[in-house]
Ligand binder design. Structure first.
Ligand SMILES: *Cc1c(COP(=O)(O)O)cnc(C)c1O
Length: 381
């Protein structure tokens, strides 16, 4: 009898519960207590970021970035269609129009060679999404943004602790947005962070995160009462969330090593199938230090992808497809009626399959998965 192999499984690795207990004992459960400060300091130091602010999700961090970028109705934002809804929603909520850019064949990241042709007088922001924790071509993107006076907001939800030319993803654009959702590498249930790499935006970011008040300045003794000074919302997580997250950050290297081991074992196990031309494995450019967020395979056709997914499900192995390109979604065509030409996006999205990938995935489970795929492939010559 085989036991079910889930696609994802949240995990505890170190002092998560101990720190939650400590937070309770400290008597401070709302946001911005000791554990939030520890998380900020840890990330600022490790990633070399100007300023990091915890949020309750990456979605919230993207929304903060859109407010900080002063997005107004009618502004245009360039982003891939092959991404999660939050990448677009954050800007659509402010009245912006998404302008879809195609992706690269190799990394499935925004195709930097196609960005410049999409820029108009209304363009305000470029949003590179580091798919699977593999860096977009940030040098080119920053150079284009600089020439056209645009802001760059990295959707680094999947890219925490991954690098591009030895710099941490999320610290290269004007803003970076991280996710600590339970499906990501480092988790706190729901959770996220806004990375602010341009000091001009730090003070306003603190205000927007605290309901439009200058509460942060008040607590630093810089003003003698706090008041409503700007628009804002409640973007900060509770200390319970920060306590859980801090325990995970302390174990970041162990978590990363384990995930890379799993990723490499998949690569090794499935390489013979790639060599035989049966499927394609992820491509990691040599200047990208990826974080093993995801292991996907690309089948020759959508039909074979669906058939393999069904065959694995028969054996209690949960594999899942990924984004339905946003421009093809009901909301996508409403916010951007122009039909874009995205041949790579449309061609790859229906053929991609993600394999189980989580910290506690065992070597035996992985062998079962690879063997099931190899058997399915050899049954059909
Ligand atoms: C997970 C994810 C998000 C959203 O993260 P939350 O923390 O769940 O809000 C945004 N963008 C991408 C690319 C993601 O993978």
């Amino acid at each position: 009898m085989s036991t079910k192999i889930p696609f994802n499984k949240p995990f505890i690795i170190g002092k998560e519960l101990e720190y939650i207990t400590q937070a309770v004992e400290l008597g401070h459960l709302s946001g911005d207590g000791q554990f939030t400060k520890k998380c900020h300091a840890w990330m600022e130091q490790k990633f070399g970021a100007e300023k990091v602010l915890l949020t309750h999700s990456c979605t919230a961090a993207l929304e903060m970035a859109a407010i900080l970028a002063d997005i107004r109705p009618g502004d245009e934002v360039i982003l891939p269609s092959y991404t999660f809804v939050s990448t677009a929603n954050a800007f659509v909520l402010r009245g912006a129009v998404p302008v879809w850019c195609d992706i690269r064949q190799d990394t499935l990241n925004i195709d930097e060679t196609k960005i410049e042709a999409l820029i108009t007088k209304k363009t305000k922001v470029i949003v590179p999404v580091h798919y699977a924790g593999v860096g977009c071509e940030m040098d080119t993107i920053m150079e284009i943004a600089g020439r056209h006076n645009l802001l760059v907001i990295e959707d680094a939800a999947q890219a925490v602790n991954a690098t591009y030319k030895s710099r941490y993803l999320g610290t290269i654009g004007h803003f970076g947005c991280y996710s600590f959702h339970e499906t990501k590498n480092f988790i706190s249930g729901e959770g996220g962070a806004l990375v602010i790499n341009d000091a001009r935006f730090v003070e306003r970011a603190e205000i927007i995160r605290e309901k439009g008040t200058n509460r942060a300045k008040f607590f630093r003794g810089q003003v003698d009462k706090y008041t409503w000074v700007d628009c804002g919302s409640s973007f900060l997580p509770s200390e319970l969330t920060a306590a859980f997250l801090y325990a995970q950050l302390e174990e970041a290297e162990n978590i990363s090593q384990r995930r890379l081991t799993i990723w490499n074992a998949y690569r090794q196990g499935l390489k013979p199938l790639e060599d035989a031309g049966r499927l394609r494995l992820p491509v990691i450019p040599s200047h990208c230090g990826h974080n093993a967020h995801m292991f996907y395979i690309i089948l020759p056709t959508a039909e074979r992808r669906d058939a393999l997914m069904a065959a694995l499900k028969e054996q209690d192995i949960l594999s899942v497809f990924h984004y339905i390109p946003l421009h093809t979604a009901p909301m996508g065509s409403r916010v951007q009626p122009a039909v874009p030409e995205l041949p790579v996006t449309e061609e790859i999205a229906p053929r991609l399959l993600r394999l189980p990938m989580f910290f506690e995935l065992t070597r035996a489970e992985q062998e079962t998965i690879c063997a099931a795929i190899c058997r399915w492939e050899s049954a059909d010559v």
